[in-house]
Design a binder for this molecule. Structure first.
Ligand code: FES
Length: 107
C-alpha cells in the first residue's frame, strides 16, 4: 500500500491509497475521479493519462514503446508534458509512497 497525492482536474488536492502490485490506474479508476481506464490496462486507450511530478519520474519504470506510441496518439487531443505517463503502466509499490500525480484532461 502506498499513499498517492493527487491533483484533480479542478486543481484540488487529495490523497489516495493504492495497493502494491496493482497498476496506479486501478486505484484511480476505482476512486471515480474521472480516470476511466477503458482498455483495462492494455496500453490502448489513453484514458489513464496522468502528469507525474518531476521529482518522481526517475523512480518509475521507463516507458515502453507501446506506452510512448499511445501517448503520442493522444497528444493531438490533450497537452503532453514531460511527466506524461499512462497510469496503467505504473505498478504501485511501497517505494512510491508519496508519489504526486496530476490527473490529465479527459480525452
Ligand atoms: S488503461 Fe487504457 S491506456 Fe491505460
Amino acid at each position: 500500500m502506498a499513499v498517492v497525492k493527487l491533483i484533480g482536474r479542478d486543481g484540488g488536492e487529495s490523497k489516495l491509497e493504492a495497493l502494491s502490485g496493482c497498476p496506479l490506474m486501478e486505484a484511480l479508476r476505482d476512486a471515480n475521479i474521472g480516470v476511466e481506464g477503458t482498455c483495462g490496462g492494455a496500453c490502448s486507450c489513453g484514458t489513464c493519462h496522468v502528469y507525474v511530478d518531476a521529482a518522481w519520474l526517475d523512480k518509475l519504470p521507463p516507458k515502453t514503446e507501446d506506452e510512448q506510441l499511445m501517448l503520442e496518439a493522444i497528444g493531438d487531443l490533450v497537452p503532453l508534458k514531460p511527466g506524461s505517463r499512462l497510469s496503467c503502466q505504473i505498478p504501485m509499490s511501497e517505494a512510491l509512497e508519496g508519489l504526486v500525480v496530476e490527473i490529465a484532461p479527459a480525452l
